[in-house]
Design a protein around this ligand. Structure first.
Ligand code: GDP
Ligand code: MG
Length: 292
């Protein structure tokens, strides 16, 4: 099943909550989910749910954005059920209504997941009437469900509804799998998340992290070499900080989380490069798996 919705509505947070583990990067900087991420939930009796987290919708025209659109379409085509995730703290605007019209035409059952209810009812009534106004006979909608991905409210109920709407099929993954996301991309996501969280508004969206090495060395030490790519020399300086202070702190935070994820001691090396136009560089895009 696919999670679809605008950037920042809480898709990745919800996925992590449902699977019970951090499989998808969460950041309050929009558009951070660049890859299609699968989260897997297995219940011995009820079966296996495969969640696909898709990037939010984009307006920009560079090459990276085209891949994002492709992966959104792919998720829609591959899924048996769609979660349309909305943020009730923000009023539905024209872009949201366009998305509603597009989604209602897909011939797949759809659940409107009204997220961030920990902040109150917000615009939930407006979302329901916008859906009704933009669809014919409610389209493919099965339920409206209020949840909080952050607080975990109604998540069990959402899982039950999901099992009831999904068709039966084979188990695709071993019971204990929670994600099929590759290790290097997980490591890159963690470094990126820490950069975003630590540097907040100072750094632009034009930033990516590539893992050049990830290997176990002597003494069971996991050696990880990450390169942060930015567009300009001044962005590079911001990321590094005075006396490399930013980079040190980001490194410490990232290393702690990497050790938790891989259950190993980690040696993390972070380099920062000003590499103009990486978004159109085939070699870098390949490392980021945009040529799957
Ligand atoms: P995505 O872009 O749709 O994947 O959204 P994220 O999962 O990255 O979340 C975007 C922001 O919304 C983050 O700052 C989250 O902490 C926040 N968020 C997500 N779910 C909730 C929720 O249920 N309640 C509140 N208050 N904030 C949330
Ligand atoms: Mg996300």
């Amino acid at each position: 099943m696919a999670l679809v919705g605008r950037a920042n509505v809480g898709k990745s947070t919800l996925l992590n909550k449902m699977v019970g583990k951090k499989v998808s990067i969460v950041s309050n900087i929009p558009q951070t989910t660049r890859y299609q991420i699968r989260g897997i939930l297995t219940d011995k009796e009820k079966g296996q749910i495969i969640f696909i987290d898709t990037p939010g919708l984009y307006a920009s025209k560079d090459r990276l954005s085209k891949y994002l659109h492709l992966s959104l379409n792919k998720a829609r085509d591959d899924a048996d059920l769609i979660y349309y995730v909305v943020d009730v703290t923000r009023a539905p605007g024209a872009e949201e209504e366009r998305l509603m019209r597009d989604l209602s035409r897909i011939k797949k059952p759809l659940v409107m997941v009204m997220n961030k209810m920990d902040k109150g009812q917000g615009f939930s009534a407006e979302f329901i009437s916008a859906w009704q106004a933009n669809t014919v006979d409610n389209g493919n909608l099965k339920f409206f469900i209020p949840v909080s991905g952050l607080a975990g409210t109604n998540i069990k109920e959402l899982i039950l509804v999901t099992y009831s709407l999904l068709p039966e099929g084979p188990m695709y993954y071993p019971e204990d799998t929670v994600t099929d996301f590759p290790k290097d991309l997980s490591a890159a996501d963690i470094v990126r998340e820490k950069l975003f969280a630590f540097l907040k508004d100072e750094i632009p969206h034009a930033l990516t992290v590539v893992i050049d090495e990830l290997e176990e060395r002597k003494n069971k030490l996991l050696y990880i070499k990450a390169t942060v790519l930015v567009n300009t020399a001044s962005q590079r300086q911001i990321v590094i900080g005075k006396k490399a202070q930013n980079l040190k702190e980001v490194g410490t935070l990232a290393r702690e989380e990497l050790q938790e994820l891989f259950k190993k001691r980690v040696f993390l090396e972070i380099l920062v490069k000003a590499e103009n136009r990486w978004r159109n560089d085939p070699e870098i895009l390949e490392k980021l798996r945009f040529f799957d």
